[in-house]
Design a protein around this ligand. Sequence first.
Ligand SMILES: Nc1ncnc2c1ncn2[C@@H]1O[C@H](COP(=O)(O)OP(=O)(O)OP(=O)(O)O)[C@@H](O)[C@H]1O
Length: 939
Amino acid sequence: MIKNGVSVSHLIKAPFDPADVVTTDRLNAYMDEGRPMLNNYTRHAKIGEGQHGEVYLCYQVNPRYPQGHPARRVPVAMKSVKRDNPRAKQFRQLRQQRLPTSPHTPLVDRLSTIEAKIRKEIAIMKKCRHPHVVRLYEIIDDRSRDKIYMVMEYLAGGEVKWKNENDEPILSVGQTRRIIRDAVLGLEYLHHQGIIHRDIKPANLLWTEDRRQVKIADFGVSHFSYAQRLAAAGEDGAVENPEDPILLDDSDLTRRAGTPSFLAPEIVFEHTKEPSLSLRDVPAAASSSLAHGASSQSVPSMQRPPVTKSIDIWALGVTLYCLLFGRTPFVADPAAAGTEWSLYNSICNQDWNIPEAMGSDRLPTEGRHPIGETSEGTQVVRLLELLLKKDVKARITLDQIKRHKWILGDLAEPDKWLQLTMPRGKINVSLDETSDAMSSVHFRWNWGVVSRRISSLFRRSRDHHHHHHHQHDTGDRGPVRSDPHVRIRRHQSARVGSTPYSASTSASASASASASAAYTAKRDINKGKRRADVRALKMGGLGASKSLRSKSIERWPVSGRGDPASRSTSAIMEAAPDKKRRGSVTLLVGGDRNNRGRDRTGRFATVSGPSSSAITTTTSTTTTTTTTTTGGAGAGDHKPKTRFANLFNFNSITHWRPNKFASSSSSASASAGASPIDGPSSSSASSDRDRDRTPGPVRRASRRSEEALRSHRHRGPGPAQCPNAPLTVDRRASSWGQGDQPMEFAEAVSLAASSSYEYHDHEREREREREGGPRGSGGIYVYADRDRDRDRDRDRDRDRDRERERERERAFAPRTPSRLSTNVATASPTSGSGSQGDEDEDEDEDGEERRRFGPPCFDEDSSTIASAVGDWQNGSGSEEDEDGFGDEDEDEDEDDGDGAAESAEGGVAEDDSDDDDGDEDQEENVVTFSPRRHPRAID
Ligand SMILES: Nc1ncnc2c1ncn2[C@@H]1O[C@H](COP(=O)(O)OP(=O)(O)OP(=O)(O)O)[C@@H](O)[C@H]1O
């Protein structure tokens, strides 16, 4: 009956989770032996601090392994971000001042922008699984806590540092090349997935501990474009025209996000005061195509060039320049009144120049406009020229970069490298993947509301059901997901509604209208604040160019065409992420609330008991159940409402999950539990001492995290963690500089199979090398022994073909909801080993496939929606400030495990309650760590 109530089981089709990210909706924070524990993670030193959060080195404790086993303690990076922010508080204050509110207030108004931001970051990271992209393993999202935690692969080598105190380059040209090559591969993968990173810079490239490779990190401002994904998924070479409006909906992209010195001209286009170089250095025909329509051509400089994934390529060019020369190519005029504006003007209108030598090895560059093509310096300058093309259409593509002479310069077998790294095959884009990255949120139901909604729920469900079937029968899966053209149209119509969040549904058209009105009203009010910000900005200036070089700016733009300065202040209302509110929502219910899984480490699992059912409610078109649902939650005295809830045994409702979890949760859990082991453990080797062996200049360029780690010594087992380990091929081959000759860099396999790269297994690779196998380069394993090479290639091709075939079959195979695992088993040490015991037949195969990333899934911000619903269901605003990590100002650098201090600091009370939700004001709870609450968690 429950299933019939929504009757959309045919939409559950995501065959497996490409990234195996576990979402845990319970957080247990406590002290254990003087050290803070969060679920099964022990917290150690703080390794970084970003704009909104902190990153800690943590160890995942896997009690199933005996003491001393390498897998018992697996290092991970845990980023914690506070949900709330000052601006969210301003909102609350505004609401308290009788700001017009509506039960259909747009979702974003109800979420802090930071929360929206991190949810977007999470949704994007969930898609990523590639050797050159930092992996996300787990989200701990307990709505009763004031922070969200992201458990990530730990990159012990830290940020790529590129200059010393004297602004001289510290990396050799060879190292730079390998870094860039890694970044290119990571970027290529991201773009293929429809993700534009938007903040490529050296600081967002993190070294593995052995410094054999770098990985792209920090997706805080990344953009996901479904249209681009479709484009990438098309036939080879198809739809490469960045101007095509189908390709990118740049409403989000044109927002100035990223780091000023790395911003592409098309992003800071408004800052040009004269016809930009882009229009001068481009042939007439091309330049005219920058503008649309005759009137546009008459004032070409006023037209914003298309903003595409090419902004990442520009940023890569700036990165290359930085690594080679120890400074950025474009700088603000110190004499200029507005530093930021001056920088942007330089980016848009000025050429760059270069010193005479590049790299720490000081290779000659032969000047800005060299003659000939033979020398390395010349090649590099030529590449820079192509990367830093102000005209986006003339800018080099990633594929071309990979084929560039200099990039291939040190590879013994460039063709093989190209072949192995080619993202081949068509991505299988499931049109119903919208919900797939939805965060798991547990509900606390309000019974009164729930019962009131029952009848309307069924009514709506019936309608919806009918509608849906109609769509399905006609084979029309709906405009949003099946056809990018239509999607754009939908989006445009949403804009007409004066709110970017009015991508609403037929079912909630009126809701949307009022949401629109509320949104507009709030925005107007907020403008006052923004103007004040602008004034302050004008008075205070924009800071030194140093900060412009390094700091990511607040990433949300200001719309309109005000003066340049005004754009540097972000409007909260416009700060929201993309607002596609469509897709399906899966609600998991368990037969017994108490049956919620809890694994042996004491961590609560996300999924409820084995009797759980997965029910997906969805719309097949622009109709958005989530929008309707979220829109229905009142900002005033309205209590949260969701029609999904009413379908079930309310006692058992615990949380939402994406339908993909419903179909594969148990094995996903198993492999996800193990995934941190695969990743970080292989590169987890401690190596403060190893690091000390690195050449002088590099050592000086320690990052904050390394400083923080100085007092922290890994003592874990494992060959790579042995400080006395001999200088291995790996280490010799590291981009860090030793043995810095061609063919002297060992690396990972990152196979580009159809719709997937194979996740690199460092250990396997090391074994091969120990066996005397040949070495790879730039993150790609390339065999030197041609015979063996051929044999292995043949085997691999065969395997890959088989795998590809299987994936193709599975990608579109209809799938019924599987039973759910009781146990998310995040601490499971086995990789996809099917240790759950109650898996589907398919799941063994899934386990195998899960080691690769599968067809990408599309979700945009569905997680935000889900979370918001959960928030309302929680009665919202009564978030406790419990936090196992304590607060920002706690001093963790010395890794002193001072839990008592943390407890005290973590308890700084703030009035965070949301009056609009009709809740009582509550002081946030003081965290109390009870040392023995879970004594068995460690041992
Ligand atoms: N997975 C990781 N492994 C190791 N260090 C990390 C990891 N992720 C982040 N860091 C470090 O933590 C610091 C903060 O990272 P974070 O991603 O939070 O920065 P951010 O908030 O995006 O900051 P920014 O303002 O530069 O964008 C960085 O300096 C980075 O070096």
